[in-house]
Design a protein around this ligand. Structure first.
Ligand SMILES: Nc1ncnc2c1ncn2[C@@H]1O[C@H](COP(=O)(O)OP(=O)(O)OP(=O)(O)O)[C@@H](O)[C@H]1O
Ligand code: NI
Length: 306
């Protein structure tokens, strides 16, 4: 693809420093090796189980990590390193986040004022009205405080806020929980539209089935590592997927019978070498404990020796 690379993340690492019993310091490496590239016009889903570090990825890109977090690796935006100074200028304008937690709204400020912070011009106000209509939000909502709204309503407002700007990069962190299936689908379609208009869209989710309806590619994230990057077409059949974990995810999808994956994801502190899925994999061998290189395979790539 020769479209412009909007976001390029190489070997991202995020770890926390924790203090135990006095001054004893421990490192908690949550994201160990994550790489993802999104071109203009592309919508990519990052899927991973709960607690695997998906929100940290979003917060790492926007540089809103907690003080005890440390980040390594490389993040590039439109071909240049995304520095702390740059992101400050771009955040909320060219680069927008739809946060996972509804706690991101200021509880003491009316909703309308929060969304309209930068909406001095008429065009944006008009866009906001249209978006509100599309999400079945009454204009009166703008006069309310966050505590007066239901969870689903708050989520719709957060999505609207991000869509009002004409962003170049959209990062949506679990944007659909709390929405009914129709609205969830509409939200995903809305992100798709932004991609079709030229934006790069990163959707962080554990709803693989919903994501597959709108995205172009899926990045599978497991125990701190990117393990596979597959096109949506690869998900049509189990055989076209490459990593045993991705195949297990496929079998766990409701329409493929909800098959449960045995075992649990390794804890970040258990400093496992090699493939993080090996302890749960039927096909694992000694080789899986060594360094596992990326392999290009069809339209995707995978980190598996099989
Ligand atoms: N401030 C912090 N200090 C220490 N560890 C933290 C901190 N914030 C997050 N973590 C650790 O990072 C892990 C990943 O958190 P994150 O919120 O990114 O997960 P997630 O994949 O977004 O999960 P979910 O699907 O539940 O949203 C957590 O399980 C937790 O162990
Ligand atoms: Ni999260």
């Amino acid at each position: 693809m020769d479209k412009e690379k909007i976001l390029e993340i190489n070997n991202l690492k995020i770890s926390f420093t924790q203090y135990q019993k006095g001054m004893q310091q421990t490192e908690l490496p949550v994201i160990k090796d994550l790489s993802v590239t999104i071109h203009a016009g592309e919508m990519v889903a990052v899927v991973g189980s709960s607690g695997s570090g998906k929100s940290l990825l979003a917060h790492g890109i926007l540089r809103i990590l907690p003080y005890n977090a440390e980040m390594g690796g490389e993040i590039r935006y439109c071909g240049k390193p995304l520095t702390e100074k740059n992101i400050r200028k771009l955040r909320g304008k060219e680069i927008v986040l739809v946060p996972q937690s509804t706690a991101y709204l200021d509880p003491l400020m009316k909703v309308g004022r929060q969304i309209c912070k930068g909406l001095k011009d008429k065009e944006k106000k008009h866009r906001l009205d249209t978006i509100f209509e599309e999400y079945s939000l009454d204009k009166k909502v703008q006069e309310q405080y966050p505590f007066e709204l239901s969870g689903g309503m708050t989520r719709r407002i957060m999505i609207s806020t991000a869509l009002v700007e004409k962003p170049k990069l959209v990062i949506a962190d679990e944007p659909t929980p709390g929405l009914d299936p129709k609205l969830a689908k509409r939200a995903m379609e809305h992100f798709r539209q932004l991609a079709d208009m030229g934006a790069a869209v990163l959707v962080i989710t554990h709803d693989l089935e919903l994501a597959l309806e709108t995205v172009d590619r899926v990045q599978v994230f497991y125990a701190g590592h990117t393990i596979e990057d597959a096109s949506v077409d690869d998900f049509e059949r189990e055989e076209t997927l490459r990593h045993p974990y991705t195949r297990a995810l496929w079998r766990a999808m409701p329409k493929h019978g909800f098959h449960y994956i045995g075992g649990v994801q390794p804890y970040v502190k258990d400093n496992l070498q090699g493939c993080p899925f090996a302890p749960r994999c039927d096909m694992a061998s000694r080789e899986c404990q060594g360094e596992i290189p990326w392999k290009v395979s069809g339209s995707g790539y995978v980190r598996c020796i099989l």
